[in-house]
Write a protein that binds this ligand. Structure first.
Ligand code: XMP
Length: 211
């Protein structure tokens, strides 16, 4: 039904590689963000990419277009196959990420609505809907939408057509995989897998929901 994306938010290289190797058969992609890159260095991306698992860079890129291009070019040179960007800097900033991604044969996802409770302070009153329109206009490949609010995933799906939805919030944040999996293209799961005593077994809990 959906891809399983492991959010590998550990901070040590050895732990990251151990967990990634253990889960390699049971996940479809790995999402790497600031915790791991700041802890282990950008070279961890090449180490993980060498395992043959697609890598998503969760750097929530949010700068002026020129800086976004510089950041994303480094992301793809490091071995990532997708990048996550913020929409609030505006369409030209998102276009910079999309163009870098597509130049490198990669993808760009845009945060439409976040999964935690406080997200509703700013991601409300039509803002996620406006971001979805921006995603279509800029040619981005998809959105990040909250597994903690499946009704919002359904509402945003109607606005983005065939573009993809990756959804964090299953597991530690309480999202229900049975409800979310049919709605999205990728479920992002972090602590419920990498924090488990047996991460591979924890990843296999989601096997019934994978396509
Ligand atoms: P957990 O441990 O909660 O990890 O399963 C979730 C991962 O996803 C990230 N995250 C988000 N990223 N929009 C994003 O772009 C969101 O709404 C969102 N919510 C969680 C989080 O940083 C962690 O890596």
């Amino acid at each position: 039904m959906t891809d399983l994306v492991l959010s590998l938010d550990v901070t040590e290289r050895a732990s990251a590689l151990r967990i990634a190797r253990a889960c390699a058969e049971d996940v479809d992609a790995i999402k790497v963000g600031y915790p791991l890159v700041l802890g282990a260095g950008l070279g961890i991306a090449r180490d993980l990419a060498d395992l043959g698992i697609p890598l998503i860079a969760d750097f929530k890129v949010a700068d002026i277009p020129n800086t976004n291009t510089l950041i994303c070019d480094q992301v793809f040179a490091a071995g990532f196959s997708a990048v996550i960007a913020q929409a609030f800097p505006g369409p030209d900033s998102v276009v910079a990420c999309v163009e870098s991604a597509h130049t490198h044969g990669g993808e760009c996802y845009v945060v439409a609505e976040m999964s935690h409770p406080g997200a509703l302070t700013f991601f409300s009153e039509g803002v996620p809907e406006a971001i979805c329109r921006l995603v279509v206009e800029t040619g981005a490949d998809g959105i990040i939408a909250p597994a903690t609010r499946p009704a919002r995933i359904r509402a945003l799906r109607d606005l983005i057509g065939e573009r993809k939805i990756l959804s964090p919030g299953v597991g530690a944040q309480g999202g229900d995989p049975a409800e979310v999996a049919p709605l999205v293209d990728g479920m992002i799961v972090g602590r419920a897998i990498y924090g488990a005593a047996d991460p591979a077994a924890a990843a296999r809990v989601y096997a019934p929901y994978r396509r």
